[in-house]
Design a protein around this ligand. Structure first.
Ligand code: PLP
Length: 425
C-alpha cells in the first residue's frame, strides 16, 4: 500500500518505517481486537467485508484527538482548532495520495460509500438526468448502488438499465456495450462485489462510457481495502469508499470527484462551512470540497481515517495483494471441498470474499453454529437482493478476508463447517 506521500505529523502517532517484507503475524499484533476469545474459543474474524478491525495506531489517534486537541475545525483561531483543522486537512491529503487524486479538493469527506453515491445522485443526477434518460448499473450492486439511482429515476421519470452477469459472477461486457445508448446519462458500478468478490473490468467500463461522453462512478467500498486504486489511471469521474472497511473508524468515507464536475455541481446539503457568504436574499457557496461538507463533520473519524491510511502506507501493496490472493485461493479450495458446499462467485478476477451455500442448511444456521466456535462470518442477502435473485437463492454465508487473515483462520472455519454438518446429520 505504497503512496508517494507519507503524512506524518504530531497528530498521527508515528508508525514503524516501511516494512520490507509482509509478515502477517506481525500485522496481527497491530490489531488488539483479534487477540481475544469468543465463546471460549480464539476469535476468528472473517467478516471484513462488513467492517474491518482497527490497528493500534488508529485507536491511539482517536484517543489523542479527544484527549489533546478536540475542537471544531476551519473557523477557530485558537490552538486546538488550528491543530484539529491541520489534522483534518492532512487526512484529506493522505486520502488524496492513497487514491492518487490530482488535488486534495477532489476529496470530499462523507459518512461513507452510501452517502457518497446519494450525494452524486442528488446533485449531479438531479441536474443532468431527465425524463426518458437512462442510468446503467449492474446486477451485482449493493443496495447503496441501486436505491439512490432508483429514487432519482422515480423523481425524474428516468430508467435504470442493468448489466447482466454470467453464472461465475462476471459482468457481460458485450451486454453492457449494448445498453450504452443515446439516452444513457450515467454509469454507476461496483469496483469489487461485496458478495462475489468479483473485480470488475472497470477500465473497460469507463472507456466505453467515455467514448459516448457518459461519466462513471465506481463504488469502491470493497476495492479500496484490497486493490490498488488509482483514480487518475482509471479515469473514473467519481469514486466512493468507506473508512470502516479500510481499517479506519466508522461514520466517515470519501467521495472522489473530478474537479471540473464537482465545481459545476450544486451543493448536497445547506448549512455551516459550505458557504462563503449568506444574506437572506442570496447565499454564495464555498469552493470545493467545502461546498459539499455542510455542518460539523466527523472530525475524529476523518483524522482516524488519515491514521489508517498512514498505517497502510507502511506496506508494499503488491505484497499485501499477494498475501490476500494466497489466502483466498486456499479458502476457496478448502471451503469448496466441504461436502454439500457450493461457491457463489467464481470469477477469474476475484478478491477477499468467499460466498457459499450448503445444501439443505440455511446460511443463518451456518453462521450461528460457527459463532459458537468463535468464528465470525456474515450470512444473509448482504444488501444485494437482486443478486440473490439472479442466483436463485435467498442468502449466502460469506467469509471475507482482511490483510491479517491467515490460513489458520481458514482451517478453523473449515473445521467449524464440519461441525455444522455434524449438527445437521
Ligand atoms: N457498496 C458496497 C459494495 C458495499 O459492500 C457496502 C457495504 O457493505 C456499501 C456500498 C455501503 O457502505 P457503507 O455502509 O459504508 O456506506
Amino acid at each position: 500500500m505504497t503512496s508517494a506521500t507519507h503524512v506524518v505529523t504530531e497528530n498521527f502517532p508515528p508508525v514503524a518505517g516501511r516494512r520490507s517484507t509482509f509478515d502477517v503475524e506481525k500485522v496481527r499484533r497491530d490489531f488488539p481486537i483479534l487477540h481475544q476469545k469468543v465463546n471460549g474459543k480464539p476469535l476468528v474474524y472473517l467478516d471484513n467485508a462488513a467492517t474491518s478491525q482497527k490497528p493500534e495506531s488508529v485507536l491511539r489517534t482517536l484517543d489523542k484527538y479527544y484527549r489533546e486537541y478536540n475542537s471544531n475545525i476551519h473557523r477557530g483561531v485558537h490552538y486546538l482548532s488550528e491543530r484539529a483543522t491541520q489534522a483534518y486537512e492532512q487526512a484529506r491529503q493522505a486520502a488524496q495520495h492513497f487514491i492518487n487524486a490530482g488535488d486534495p479538493s477532489e476529496v470530499i469527506f462523507v459518512r461513507g460509500t452510501t452517502e457518497a453515491i446519494n450525494l452524486v445522485a442528488q446533485t449531479w443526477g438531479r441536474r443532468h438526468v431527465g425524463a426518458g434518460d437512462e442510468i446503467i448499473i449492474s446486477t451485482m450492486e449493493h443496495h447503496s448502488g441501486i436505491v439512490p439511482w432508483q429514487i432519482l429515476c422515480q423523481e425524474k421519470g428516468a430508467k435504470l438499465r442493468v448489466i447482466p452477469i454470467n453464472d461465475q459472477g462476471e459482468l457481460l461486457l458485450e451486454e453492457y456495450e449494448k445498453l450504452l445508448g443515446p439516452r444513457t446519462k450515467f454509469v454507476s458500478v461496483v469496483h469489487v462485489s461485496n458478495v462475489l468478490g468479483t473485480i470488475n473490468p472497470v477500465r473497460e467500463i469507463i472507456e466505453l462510457a467515455h467514448r459516448r461522453g457518459v461519466p462513471v462512478l465506481l463504488d469502491g467500498a470493497q476495492a479500496a481495502p484490497h486493490v490498488k486504486v488509482d483514480v487518475r489511471a482509471l479515469d473514473c469521474d467519481f469514486y466512493a469508499f468507506s473508512s470502516h472497511k479500510l481499517y479506519g473508524p466508522t461514520g466517515v468515507g470519501v467521495l472522489y470527484g473530478k474537479a471540473k464536475l464537482l465545481e459545476a455541481m450544486p451543493p448536497y446539503q445547506g448549512g455551516g462551512d459550505m458557504i462563503s457568504s449568506v444574506t437572506f436574499e442570496k447565499t454564495v457557496y464555498n469552493k470545493v470540497p467545502h461546498k459539499f461538507e455542510a455542518g460539523t463533520p466527523n472530525i475524529a473519524g476523518v483524522i482516524g481515517l488519515g491514521a489508517a491510511i498512514q498505517y497502510l502506507n507502511q506496506f508494499d501493496w503488491e505484497q499485501v495483494e499477494a498475501h490476500e490472493r494466497e489466502v483466498l485461493a486456499y479458502a476457496s479450495e478448502r471451503i469448496s471441498s466441504v461436502p454439500g458446499v457450493r461457491l457463489i462467485g467464481t470469477a477469474r478476477e476475484k478478491t477477499a470474499v468467499v460466498s457459499f451455500v450448503i445444501e439443505g442448511i440455511h446460511p443463518h444456521d451456518v453462521g450461528t453454529i460457527l459463532d459458537q466456535e468463535g468464528i465470525a462470518i456474515r450470512t444473509g442477502h448482504h444488501c444485494a437482493q437482486p443478486l440473490m435473485q439472479r442466483f436463485g437463492i435467498p442468502a449466502t454465508a460469506r467469509a471475507s478476508l482482511g490483510f491479517y487473515s491467515t490460513r489458520a483462520d481458514v482451517d478453523a472455519l473449515v473445521a467449524g463447517l464440519h461441525k455444522v454438518l455434524e449438527v445437521f446429520q
